[in-house]
Design a protein around this ligand. Structure first.
Ligand code: GLC
Length: 531
């Protein structure tokens, strides 16, 4: 049995993120569902992924696409029911794939029965309520929708009231700041455990935790939030030692010591507000914020970036968390642009995957990125996708392109009933034709995953020695594998000055030549060599 198929091991797995709305529709109503995922497990097993993370699939009014939960214990009817999930989990396990769910602990929907009750009862403290002073609510509070006077604190959108996990600093002048061990916060901690137990008992392998750093308010250094997660992690280690807890925190160096097995580099989060990931492959045309500036990223066809920012953030994170904490490196996710996003040319995608799948982090592939689906611009606001004038998440959430048919094989429903339109570009890539073409991106991604699984040196625990962080990016893994990545449209050279590289055996490459003193990489080339 290879390490990656051992139970409980996420470190060697490639993670695959599924947006259930858009992945596969088994009943033809135009919206993806859990059975659809089960029917498509063959694709995931063929690809070689070891775990899937499903975006929220619990009952919800879907004003933030499911991140507004109204029942933590049941699958949203549009996705099926709990039995469908159990079936998915079982069939996935049979193929060596673990299933992780998205846990949204920091807020509920304003339609959740807990919140409805809280909005009527001034003695309820599951949420954070404040009174008006001189006719005004404190900043950020939203007027009560119920008989209860005053207002509540939202966590993200206004319809997502923050659950009360207390404040790290109380203040008699602000009586809504309860201590972390007050009754409301305690009840919420207990509820979290109950929710996790419910799904773990049904066979899921863990959770990706939404806005994991947001629980305890006004918490300098996340000390109290860390205590909360460490306590839950301790419980998990005792009762479900194989379960994984992954954070949406955007700062592995903080999230892992706080209790998580792993954390994603994200386009936001951490002291540098997501700069490490953005410096790698962020484009400025799709899911962007003004304050992020317009510095070019490293995966820039004109070779204007540097990999240094990302690499030093990575090195710093690893130095802080050590083994066995995981830094997770996503191609994209449901909140930011896909890898294939203008102006990035599709020609660059092989080099991007060669980098991601030979780098010592846990790779997370966002559904559809393995065939190079593109970010589709200018889609209408869909279930809360628009976050700003230049920040529309819908473009990363379009239906998985299974085949060439008018609905891309996504559904038998009429196109107008689809959750989001299929990419209208007639040259859009699809799974069926890429599977039939051994030179496709899909086959390359599959081969790279297989290589990674078969080669411990290329996994998270193999050493990393960076020889060059300009163009081409050049590094050595596990003392035996040379990796060369050229995201640019130029032919670039690097004088490696190392003895012993000249005779290196190509393992997988396209357009890279290594000689005694230097290496040369053609436009968009990549190479993996053994020496
Ligand atoms: C996270 C999710 C995002 C959601 C938000 C509020 O950032 O990834 O999609 O809108 O939290 O729950």
């Amino acid at each position: 049995m290879s390490e990656s198929s051992a139970p409980g091991r996420l470190s060697d797995a490639v993670l695959y993120q599924i947006y259930p709305q858009s992945f596969a529709d088994s009943d033809g109503d135009g919206v993806g569902d859990v059975r659809g995922v089960t029917e498509r497990l063959e694709h995931l097993a063929w690809l070689g992924v070891g775990a899937i993370w499903l975006n929220p699939c619990f009952a919800s009014p879907m004003r933030d696409a499911g991140y507004d939960v109204s029942d933590y214990f049941g699958i949203a009817p549009r996705y099926g029911d709990n039995d469908d999930l159990v079936k998915l989990v079982d069939e996935a396990r049979g193929r060596g794939i673990r299933v992780l769910l998205d846990l949204v602990p920091g807020h509920t929907s304003d339609r959740h029965p807990w919140f409805r009750a809280s909005a009527q009862n001034p003695d309820d403290h599951r949420y954070i309520w404040a009174q008006e002073v001189d006719g005004a609510l404190p900043q950020r509070f939203v007027p009560s929708p119920g008989a209860r006077p005053g207002g509540y604190l939202p966590n993200f959108f206004d319809f997502q009231p923050a659950l009360n996990f207390g404040y790290a600093r109380t203040d008699p002048a602000e009586p809504w700041r309860q201590a972390v061990d007050a009754d409301g916060p305690r009840a919420n901690r207990d509820a979290l455990r109950e929710i996790m137990r419910h799904w773990l008992a049904l066979g899921v392998s863990g959770f990706r935790v939404d806005m994991a750093s947001s629980l305890v308010k006004d918490d300098p250094g996340f000390v109290e939030t860390g205590k909360l997660w460490s306590e839950l992690r301790g419980w998990l280690d005792r009762e479900y030692p194989d379960a994984s807890l992954l954070a949406e925190w955007g700062d592995p160096a903080v999230a892992v010591p706080a209790g998580f097995h792993g954390d994603f580099f994200l386009q936001f989060g951490g002291a540098a507000d997501g700069l490490p990931l953005r410096s790698l492959w962020h484009t400025h045309t799709a899911t962007d914020r003004e304050e992020w500036g317009d510095a070019p990223c490293y995966f820039d066809a004109e070779a204007r970036g540097s990999a240094g920012t990302f690499l030093s953030a990575y090195a710093q994170a690893v130095a802080t968390i050590g083994e066995p904490g995981h830094v997770i490196l996503p191609t994209a996710n449901h909140d930011f642009a896909r890898l294939h996003c203008a102006p990035r040319p599709a020609e660059q995608l092989p080099a991007a995957f060669a980098f991601q799948l030979t780098f010592p982090a846990v790779p997370a592939i966002y559904y559809g990125d393995e065939i190079g689906m593109r970010y589709v611009p200018d889609l209408p606001d869909t279930e809360g996708s628009v976050l700003g004038p230049h920040y529309n998440r819908a473009g990363s959430r379009t239906p998985m392109q299974w085949d060439q048919g008018p609905n891309a094989g996504f559904s038998t429903a009429p196109a107008e009933r689809l959750y989001l339109p299929v990419d209208p570009d007639p040259r859009r890539p699809d799974v069926a034709s890429q599977r039939a073409d051994e030179n496709s991106l899909l086959h390359l991604v599959r081969d790279l995953i297989a290589l990674r699984r078969a080669t411990p040196e290329l996994g998270p625990s193999g050493s990393l020695e960076v020889l060059h962080d300009g163009y081409p990016l050049t590094y050595i893994r596990g003392g035996r594998y040379l990796v060369v990545i050229n995201p640019s449209a130029r032919t670039v050279e690097f004088a490696h000055g190392r003895t012993g590289l000249a005779g290196a055996t190509p393992v997988r490459h396209s357009g890279v030549a290594v000689d005694a003193d230097a290496l040369t990489a053609q436009p968009f080339a990549f190479g993996i060599f053994r020496f």
